[in-house]
Design a protein around this ligand. Structure first.
Ligand code: ACM
Ligand code: ZN
Length: 616
């Protein structure tokens, strides 16, 4: 980890941002495109009436009323009607004439009234913003006067949750979807099949779950340490079609689209364990559901017709369950070894006059695309689907790097940016020795996520239109509990939401990290959701040289405390409580080590930040 900086000559550590610090005002995440604060405020009290223009607007009014009742104990009355009823009212105006893909809204808060307008989606996002703006002061509930005009930068704002390596309860999936909605994210890409487990009930092929959903053990050691770690404890599970319908409906109410991923042609060992005849050659198998993390050579045979019959039947059931425009078909990391040795695959190459196995993969994906298109849907796949020729209508999820996305956009294909270099949430958030076990050594701290611009500057104006959004994949080899998923997801999700929604010129990292995020985290701290507590604001692991220093820190969670010591031991509540800048004086040849930790109101802790001060 290239994280420890070492530089000389400064007497003062930090201070860059503290001088600009403002008194924290509640601020939405993601930041709206236009938000003009005005004088005064609208008071929400028992006399406030929610007025709505039609039933659709009424549903959004109910959302806001429920929030106020739950959090502030006020029961607000509702009525269908028009503006200017002479009361202290909040008006919800549905604009049904707007395109359903239009997610914009307008929110005007004045001392006497609040007006909200948009189509159903716009109103939903307006309510999310309003909920984030509500203040409580001495028992008075209010929203400061403000004029907001807002719409997202990207149409596609997602995370990908892998449930193949590990599986999580329905209640957890729903809690993630709720958090997505709160932060105006609109895609839950659900990775449902893996070498290590098939997680979706398919009625026509019951063995996919009775066999393919269970493995005999799981790798418990680090990904690269393959020798020391299978636990030999049976593991598995799947989601029934009833559970899936429930989740899809739950997400729809929150304006989140669930996009299913059925991996092909690779990452298919669990399916082959259930139906070995779908693999290459005569009498293939037996196969067992994979236990060790990694990539497997056994993949669907591209030469046998029954592979395509099987996949079309599976996809037919999948499309009945998921109404999404896109169906994700995987396409990544498909070894070609078995195809090279398979008489059926080689015959297919000859018959179709394909150049090699890469073109065979392209044939495979194009054939599946044709089927999916015939049902009125589109495919999206990982960027390897570019190899051997891209399917004509496919969208590309650029994961290996940014350049694959650039290539696809230049070919006029839609692209979702999900580069591992910036937004893989299975990557580390700090030094490996202080963090939960993570995949490889990839390093994507929240600052890096926030700094990422998903639209590469090298694209022309026309090509840029093909970058439809951004997504953070969460692969779960090392996430055997949902708690760990939460740790990896929050608060990086908030940074992702801002790059997905807010135009880059409106982004403000000081305001995000020092004003808004601390307030959002203090709210999150009151819930049952786990999150990674950032280190103290203003300092980082570092070595500084000089004779005198003033160390200034701010809590990254409003209301949290910072403790520090000079002992070299990890800091804890027994140490100094940070109340004012720490003054450090060093004689020639002396050194001092300062360690600091954040403890939140609920008792959650950051990892330690360590600073060395040396007077050489
Ligand atoms: C991937 O991370 N293999 C898409
Ligand atoms: Zn084959």
């Amino acid at each position: 980890m290239n994280y420890r900086n070492s530089f000389t000559g400064f007497l003062l550590l930090l201070a860059t941002t503290l001088s600009q610090a403002q008194s924290p005002a509640p601020g939405p995440i993601p930041m709206p495109q236009s938000m003009v604060m005005k004088d005064g405020h609208f008071t929400i009290d028992a006399g406030t009436v929610l007025v709505y223009s039609d039933e659709a607007a009424g549903k959004k009014a109910v959302l806001f009323a429920d929030y106020i009742a739950k959090n502030h104990g006020l029961i607000l009355s509702k009525e269908k009607g028009k503006k200017d009823n002479g009361k202290n009212s909040i008006y919800f105006f549905n604009e049904p004439g707007k395109n359903s893909k239009d997610e914009s809204y307008k929110l005007t808060v004045k001392p006497g009234s609040i007006t909200v307008s948009g189509n159903e989606t716009g109103l939903f996002y307006a309510v999310q913003t309003m909920m984030q703006l509500v203040q409580r002061d001495n028992g008075m509930v209010s929203i400061g006067s403000v004029e907001i005009t807002d719409q997202p930068r990207y149409a596609y704002r997602g995370i990908m949750q892998d449930v193949g390596y590990h599986i999580y309860p329905v209640s957890f999936i729903k809690s993630q979807i709720e958090m997505l909605a709160k932060y105006k994210m609109n895609v839950y890409h659900w990775h449902l099949t893996e070498d290590h487990g098939w997680r979706i009930e398919i009625k026509k092929y019951p063995k996919l779950t009775s066999v393919g959903a269970y493995r005999a053990g799981s790798q418990v050691s680090h990904y690269v340490d393959s020798l020391s770690g299978i636990d030999h404890i049976p593991y598995g599970g799947f989601y029934t079609q009833e559970e899936i319908r429930d989740i899809v409906a739950f997400a729809k109410e929150r304006h989140v689209m669930v996009i299913p991923e059925i991996e092909l042609p690779g990452h298919s060992v669990a399916a082959l364990a259930a139906y070995p005849e779908l693999a290459c050659g005569d009498n293939p198998g037996p196969f067992k559901v994979a236990e060790q993390w990694g990539i497997y050579d056994d993949v669907y045979c591209a030469g046998k017709e029954n592979t395509f019959t099987f996949l079309e039947n599976v996809l037919t059931e999948v499309m009945e369950l998921f109404p999404s425009e896109y169906i994700h078909i995987g396409g990544d990391e498909c070894p070609k070894e078995r195809w090279k040795a398979c008489k059926y695959c080689q015959k297919r190459i000859r018959d179709k006059k394909l150049k090699d196995e890469f073109e065979l993969q392209s044939y495979f994906v194009k054939r599946i695309e044709k089927f999916v298109n015939s049902k009125g849907r589109k495919i999206i796949g990982w960027d390897e689907i570019l190899e051997g020729g891209l399917a004509p209508n496919a969208a590309v999820m650029s994961w290996r790097n940014i350049d694959e996305g650039v290539k696809a956009a230049r070919q006029r294909h839609d692209v979702v940016m999900a580069p591992q270099t910036h937004v893989y949430f299975d990557f580390l958030q700090d030094e490996r020795k202080q963090e939960p076990l993570a995949i490889g050594w990839g390093y994507n701290p929240i600052e890096k996520v926030y700094a990422f611009d998903p639209t590469p500057a090298s694209l022309t104006e026309e090509e840029r239109k093909h970058v439809i959004g951004v997504e953070a994949p969460i692969w779960t080899e090392h996430m055997d509990t949902y708690r760990k998923v939460e740790y990896m997801l929050y608060p990086r999700l908030m940074a992702l939401a801002e790059i997905a929604w807010t135009r880059p010129e409106k982004k403000d990292s000081v305001n995000f990290f020092e004003c808004r995020l601390p307030l959002h985290l203090s709210e999150l701290d009151k819930t049952g959701i786990l999150y990674r507590v950032p280190g103290p604001i203003g300092v980082k692991d570092t070595t500084l040289y000089g004779a005198e220093f003033r160390v200034e820190m701010k809590p990254p969670v409003s209301g949290a405390k910072i403790y520090y010591n000079f002992e070299g031991q990890d800091a804890r509540e027994t140490d100094f409580l940070y109340e004012k800048p720490v003054h450090i004086i060093l004689r020639k040849g002396e050194r001092r080590e300062v360690k600091a930790v954040v403890v939140t109101p609920s008792g959650k802790r950051s990892i330690n930040t360590t600073m060395f001060f040396i007077n050489p």
